[in-house]
Design a protein around this ligand. Sequence first.
Ligand SMILES: Cc1cc2nc3c(=O)[nH]c(=O)nc-3n(C[C@H](O)[C@H](O)[C@H](O)COP(=O)(O)O)c2cc1C
Length: 148
Amino acid sequence: MKILVTYQSKTGFTKMYAKWISEKLKSDLIDIKNIIDIDTNDYDLIIHGGWIMGGMITGLDKVRLFKPKKLIVFGVGYTPKEVVDINKIKETNKLGDTPLFYFQGGMNPKKMGFFFKMIFKMVTKEKLVYKDNTNKEDIDDLINIVKK
Ligand SMILES: Cc1cc2nc3c(=O)[nH]c(=O)nc-3n(C[C@H](O)[C@H](O)[C@H](O)COP(=O)(O)O)c2cc1C
């Protein structure tokens, strides 16, 4: 089975998960902004990961345009895994039966830029300091369903 991992990442955490997943599955990996450069029909499965912004998984609309034969999605947000409402994310992003995984990312103010920093301050009470909550083992469930 030929697999493509696509990602949209602003500050690097989603890219990190995408890299880990593609390494484990020995798949191709591409930033979603370059998807136009490849023939997506070559792939039996696309795994798309996007950072979460106001509940929306970024890049999902773009990947849908290419009508993947099979799609698996992962969202990366700041919310701790224990409290995240996965069904709400599913609903917000109209994912239906598409498998969805949630991974915790982090915060990198240096790469956020003024605009995103301002919005983030408006919507959360979090202090804007560097934090990396990524965990490589979190990808195991996704890897397992692909290998099945
Ligand atoms: C404007 C803005 C909105 C965000 N909205 C959410 C959100 O709704 N839920 C969430 O869990 N995280 C939210 N985050 C946090 C990011 O998803 C998180 O920092 C993520 O790790 C960024 O991934 P990246 O490094 O791949 O860009 C938001 C961040 C910004 C800047």
